[in-house]
Structure formats: C-alpha cells, structure tokens
Design a protein. Structure first.
Lengths: 257, 259, 303
C-alpha cells in the first residue's frame, strides 16, 4: 500500500472510531447535540427584547444569535474530541495508536477531521430549529460561509482541547476543555453589537479574536455576505488554526517524553 | 439510633463536602461556569435595564445575581446526584445499606452537604457581586434571607439529583440532565423580567416555581428583605421540595427492594 | 532506570522478571517508543528507539499491560482498525484478522462488543491485534497478570507457537513460573536496575546445586554424621536435614544406602532443585511477591 493511501486509511479509521460513540451510545451523545439548540431557544426567549435597543443590528434576536449557536455547537464537538482523547490516554487505548506505524500528523489529522465532521450534527439540528422559529435565511452563500467557518472552528477547538488532553492526560480536565472553548465564544459580540456591550466586557469582546470568526459566520444572518466581513474571520481561523494545530502536533510528538 | 444516624449523616456530609472542595471537577461546574455565564450575561445584555418596562434596579448585575445563584444551586443537585451515582456504581452504597443505620441516611448525608453548599454559593456570588459593583439593598438581613432560601433550595434540588441517581444507578445519566438545568431556568424569571420575555417562555415562567425562588433571592439584593418575598421563595422551594423528596423516597425504596 | 544493559537475540524469548514498580513497564515503554529515554541508547530490530522511532514501530507488535481496548467496538472491528493503523493492505486485512481471531480462539465472540469480553478474552484479542502486521519483535507487558490458570496456559502456548515461527518475544512478568516456562533467557530487574541475567537453568545453577532433604526418625547426631560423609549438612527450611548433591541426583542412592546401613528410619526424602524463586531471593535479598509487596529478607531461609 502506498504511503499516502496508508495514511488516508489510518485517518479514516480514526474518524470512524470517533463516530462510534455517537452511533453506539446515542444516549450519551444527545445532550451535546441538542445543548446548543437549547441555548438558542432559551436565550432567545429570555433576551429576545434586546433587539429593541437602539443600535441593535438585526431585526430579530434569533437571527443575531444563530451564529453563536453554530460556534457553540462547533466548540462542543471540539471539546468532546479532547475529552475522548483524554479518556483514551487514561485507559491506555491511545498507546496502541502511538505504537502503530501511523505518522503523528495523520493521527492528529484524523482526530481534528472527526471533530469537524461531528460538528455538522449539532449545527444541522440548530439550523433546522432556528429556521423553524423564524431566523432569517442567510442565502446559500451565507449558509456555506457560516457552516464552513463553524466547522473549521470545531477543528480549532478540537486542537485546543487535544492540547489540554495531552497535557493533563485525564478526563478530569474535561470542564477546563469545555468551559474555555464555550467562554471563548461567549466573550464576544455574542448577545449584542459591540457598541451595546457593557464596560470591560466590550474591551474583551473587541480583542477576542473569536469575535472576528463570529462576525464572519453572522454576516449572512443579519445582512449580506461581503469579502470585507469574511476575510478577518478567515485570517483568525487560519492563524489560530495553524498555531493550535502546530502546538497540538508538538504535544503529540512529545507525548511520553 | 437517632444519635448513630446523625453521626453517620455528619460523616457522610463531611465526605461529600471534602469531595466537592478537593476535586476541581466537582467544584468548577458549580462556581466557575455560572460565574463566567454571569459575566457574559451582564456584559452582553447589560443595556437591557434601559428597555421600557425593566424594573428599577441599581444595575443589571444586581438583577442577574439571583439567576447565577439559582443556577449554581441547581447544579449542586446534578453534581451530588452524579456523586451518588458513582457511589452506587462502585458499590459504596451497598456498604452503607449493610451498615446498622437507617436507610434514608444513604441520602441525608449528601443532602446536608448540599444545604451547606447552598450557603457557600450565596457567599460566593454576593462577594463577586460586591466586588464588581452590585448593591445588596437588604443588608445583613437580606444576605440571611438569600442564604436561607439557597440552603433550602439546594436540599430540594439535591433530593431531585438523588432520586435520579437512585432510580438509574448511573452517574452518566444524571450528568446528562445538565442541559435541563438551563431549560427550566430559561422558562423562569431567573434571567429576565417576565414582562420582557418572549412567548411561550413568559407564560410558562408564570407557573414555574423557579420564578418564585428567583424572586425570593433577588428581592433582598435589589429592593430589600421582606417577609413577602421570603414567603414567595419558600413557597417555590416547597413545591420543588415536595416533588423531589417524594421522588427520592420512592427511588430509595425501589433501590432497597432491588426491583 | 539505571544500569540496564541487555541484548536480545533474534528468535529468542526474553523475560524481564521483577516485582511491581521495579521498572519493567518503563523499560517496555522506552523500547516501544512510548517513552523517551533520558539517557543511554536502545535499538530494536536494528533501529534506534529515538532517532528511528517510526522504523521501530513498523517492526514491533505490542500488547500492553491493561489490554486497553475500546469496549464499544467488536473484536473483528478492532482487528480491522489495527490493520489500518499498521497499513496492512485491505486485501490481506480480513484474511489475516480472521486467521488470528481463530488462532486465539475468539471466533465465537468476534462480532460481539469487547465490553462483553472476559479478562482472558481481552488479553487474547490484544495478542491477536499485536500480531496483525506480522511483527518481527513482539513486546508483551505482563501478558497474564490477573488471569486464571487456564487463560494463562492458553497465552503461554500461543507465545511458544509464535516463537517457534520465528518471532522474537520480549515479555515482562512478575510470575517466576512464567519466566521459567517460557523464556530462553531471563533478566531479573529490581529497583530500576538489572541484578542478574542468563538462561533459567544457568541462573538456577548459579545459586546452588540440587540438594537432598531428609526427615529422619532417630538420632539426629548420627544422621548428621552420615550425611556429613557426602557434603556439609544443614537444616532445611522445613526443619529437615539437607545435604548438597555434589554429583547431582545420581548420588541419592548412595546416601540412602548409608542412612539405611546406619539403622536410621527415613520419614521423607526429597531432591530439591533451585528455583527462580531462590535465584530472585539470592540476587535481590527479598522474595518476589506478585502482589507487589516486597518482603524483607527472611533470615535463615534456604539459599
């Protein structure tokens, strides 16, 4: 078997195994799949009237909030990848993968690809519910940008959670993985446009790079898709992704050292 | 016998508290997550106080403290239910059942720890509130009202978590109810005034006992302690408590019978 | 780890024998590239474990102590995954997996989730997985710890058969009997260092000759005098008198005749050969306790 085909086979096998959990223990995976949608419905029910504030940039609060939900769904999937990796390390299963001939980048690639694909499940559920509740349709282009960027964000979140998993080597680090990615998404312009945010939170949101990703995902839901609103998000995805994937790869290569 | 049960309850309560405070995995979801969520809500939706119809408050943080305290208290129920589930999975509960103590002690130790955690949660969030500029209008009496209601609410939610754990014997299943905490909170007035909430959540909130508890712990912060608000909070706790303790008693009986 | 210097020949079964915490697993993790050595060097199948780690991984099969297997997957699926991880061509993967599953006696359970397997079944599946890519060197970290005697014997038979087919086997164990039964050579490890290494026979010969233990009814002084003609008698651990057999078991008949001639009555008679237990005690100063609790040097014990 040629090297690249062997690598693809390894990545596919790792992806398949990651889906086992969803397919074989659906009861365990369902909370993670529906949680972002619960947040969407709940926050819309509670904070829906914020759209009446002067300066709010969407006609409906739910349209403004859907992109947050997509990134939440992505971050849940990324964190789940990290938690599963920590469990595999803890139980010794990951040793089996490490002593195989599979190159480290292929192992990491398989894990991140699995997170990216896995994110499509909660994203799809959230979009169906959001449109049913009257969220604005962002157009085919807007939807493609939103889902594409959100899936890439899942990969970034998975890289971050994997770094933590390889650092702590225990599932006890799960709250750290979940809360950091969860909060990275919420400490942005999640609830309101930047001018309407309060005090120090506005500064955090301004400098939080995830805000750029969120705005790229959001643009189609609150207006039209423009290159000007897209490229900052893509730059953050590319830069953040490169950095975190490199760090995750470094952790993987150094495992056991 | 009563003395022995009390002693066992005390020992088990201490064990539960040690578990919570020694392992970040137990404590973090109770305080860190609700604290960060509080920051997001206040920072992101802080301008809500200028919406027509929003009650007169010193700030949105003052209003939201009740939501965070209630959320954290509900999470103690999930957390203690999970811990009980782990005890069942590992056979620790069998050892208690085999001991010469009353059967309810299996649960009362954890519930006593929950009550103490309720006070801890109140102290944690009121301190955070004061640090970030909230005013506690009710003063010391108001703080006592908050502590009392949170402590009782933690007991009630603890019984709910225990009933799930006893019925299923599965920690993972109890953990899976985590999103439900948010679901029931979102359809209460914990986060926002009912007159500004969307339908159907606003209508459900009118009948949700969590709205009563939220009112009971919010009033001492934003307006001042009062028997009326305390009574309202107590009524909310009583509704949840009666349901949860009945479920817990039935679940305990189910487990002891092994049916 | 310090002071470990060993060489395992191709086609050999080498056993690392030592108590829990002696450093056996650490050694295996270093040799299988899971742990980077802080000093020294090691080559496996001709490849350096640090600079040529990926070449090492291609040459080895590893069955780790915990037999960590995904409980959600079936035995057959795990074999498939292992084949993919080791780039076994798809055309060969199924055939090899089926053959290995049959070989370790799991055909009946191959399509069941591993979560339903017993400890012995997991270990056998683990062994089959370690073989799917036909490794030159097989590492087995405590392959039978915690298994019942029947499962243990099944693993031993399989290891012997693999070795007969040419696979080099490096195993760690805390069971003296396992090392004695399986290994061509044994390295005794204690407190992170190697204390002895040789074939089981040579190790046992090194700690003493066989001895004859005799329990006699009658005058002990006379018995001692009689036995003294054949060597220096001493009191054995069970209270009987013992004398080393200078010429091996062939000297037994002569000693028995002498006892008989002296009019002494023999209650029991036993030729005792040194065991690896004796070797371990002699080399480390304490007995090997598989439970991991090291006992202090029992003064007066047979040596």
């Amino acid at each position: 078997m040629s090297e690249w085909r062997a690598d693809l086979t390894v990545a596919a096998a790792i992806i398949r195994r990651n889906f086992n959990e969803i397919l074989r223990v659906p009861g365990g995976a369902i909370p993670g799949i529906i949680a972002p949608t619960i947040f969407l419905i709940g926050l819309t029910s509670v904070f829906g009237d914020l759209q009446r504030l002067p300066g709010f940039t969407a006609d409906q609060f739910i349209s403004f909030l859907v992109p947050v939900t997509l990134l939440q769904a992505a971050s849940f999937s990324g964190a789940a990848t990290g938690v599963n990796l920590a469990r595999d390390i803890e139980l010794g299963w990951f040793d089996r993968i490490l002593v195989s001939r599979a190159p480290r980048p292929v192992i990491l690639g398989g894990l991140l690809a699995a997170a990216t694909m896995r994110a499509l499940l909660p994203i799809t559920v959230a979009l169906i519910v959001a449109f049913a509740l009257g969220a604005a349709f962002p157009g085919v282009g807007g939807l493609a940008v939103a889902v594409g960027v959100a899936c890439l964000f899942a990969g970034i979140a998975a890289a971050w959670a994997s770094i933590l998993a390889m650092r702590f080597k225990t599932q006890a680090a799960a709250p750290l993985m979940q809360s950091t990615v969860f909060m990275a998404v919420l400490f942005t312009t999640s609830y309101a446009p930047e001018p309407l945010l309060s005090g120090w939170f506005r500064h955090v949101a301004h400098y939080n790079p995830v805000t750029q990703i969120l705005e790229a995902v959001r643009q189609g839901f609150v207006g039209g898709v423009t290159w000007g609103d897209t490229w900052p998000g893509l730059v953050v995805v590319a830069a953040g992704g490169t950095l975190l994937v490199a760090l995750a790869l470094r952790s993987l290569v150094r495992m056991g050292r | 016998m009563i003395a022995a049960d009390l002693r066992a309850t005390g020992a088990l309560a201490r064990r539960s508290l040690n578990q919570t405070f020694r392992y970040p995995r137990y404590l973090a979801p109770l305080v860190v997550f609700p604290s960060l969520f509080l920051a997001v809500n206040v920072g992101g939706a802080g301008r809500a106080t200028s919406l027509p119809g929003f009650p007169a408050v010193h700030g949105f943080l003052d209003f939201e403290l009740a939501a965070s305290m209630l959320q954290a208290t509900m999470l103690t129920g999930v957390s203690s239910g999970m811990a009980l589930g782990i005890d069942i999975e590992r056979g620790f509960i069998d050892r208690l059942i085999a001991a010469p103590i009353s059967r309810p002690v299996v649960v009362t130790g954890r519930l006593a720890a929950n009550a103490a955690l309720g006070v801890f949660i109140g102290a944690w969030f009121l301190t955070i509130g004061l640090i970030f500029g909230a005013h506690i209008a009710g003063g010391v009496v108001g703080v006592l009202q908050v502590f009392a209601l949170l402590s009782l609410a933690a007991l009630a939610f603890g019984a709910l978590g225990a009933s799930l754990a006893l019925r299923s014997g599965n920690a993972g299943l109890v953990q899976g109810t985590f999103p439900l905490v948010f679901v029931v909170l979102f359809v209460s007035t914990a986060f926002f005034p009912r007159n500004l909430m969307q339908e159907p959540a606003a209508s459900i909130a009118a009948y949700n006992p969590l709205s009563l508890i939220a009112h009971g712990i919010r009033e001492p912060v934003i307006h001042g302690a009062s028997l009326a608000s305390f009574g309202e909070g107590l009524a909310g706790v009583a509704i949840v408590g009666v349901i949860s303790s009945t479920l817990a008693a039935l679940a305990l009986r189910h487990r002891l019978r092994g049916d | 780890m310090a002071g470990i210097d060993l060489e395992v020949a191709e086609g050999e079964i080498y056993a690392f024998l030592g108590p829990n915490g002696a450093g056996k697993t650490t050694s295996v993790r270093m040799l299988t590239t899971l742990l980077r050595p802080t000093g020294g060097s090691a080559t496996v199948a001709g490849h350096d474990v640090v600079s040529q780690a990926s070449d090492v991984r291609r040459a080895i099969g590893v069955a780790l102590q915990e037999a960590a297997l995904d409980p959600l997957m079936t035995g057959r699926e795990l074999m498939g995954l292992q084949s993919a991880l080791h780039a076994v061509p798809r055309s060969e993967s199924k055939q090899r997996s089926d053959a290995l599953i049959e070989r370790v006696g799991l055909s009946h359970a191959a399509d069941r989730r591993v979560g339903t397997y017993s400890g012995g079944m997991r270990r056998r599946l683990d062994l089959a997985m370690a073989l799917v890519h036909e490794p030159r060197v097989l590492f087995l970290d405590e392959p039978t710890t915690g298994l019942d005697p029947a499962s243990r014997a099944a693993i031993w038979n399989e290891v012997r058969a693999l070795n007969d087919e040419g696979t080099t086997v490096f195993l760690t164990t805390q069971y003296l009997e396992e090392a004695d039964q399986l290994a061509d050579r044994v390295g005794i490890i204690d407190h992170g260092g190697m204390v002895a290494e040789d074939t089981p026979e040579a190790l046992k010969a090194g700690v003493g000759r066989p001895s004859l233990e005799v329990t006699i009814t009658g005058d002990h002084a006379v018995a001692k005098e009689v036995l003294g003609r054949f060597g220096t008698p001493y009191k054995a651990s069970n209270g009987s008198l013992a004398v080393p057999l200078e010429d091996g078991a062939s000297g037994v008949a002569e000693i028995v005749r002498a006892i008989d001639d002296a009019g002494l009555q023999v209650d029991s008679l036993e030729v005792r050969r040194p065991t690896l237990d004796d070797v371990f005690l002699a080399k480390t100063g304490h007995a090997l306790d598989p439970a991991g609790e090291e006992e202090p040097d029992p003064a007066g014990a047979v040596s």
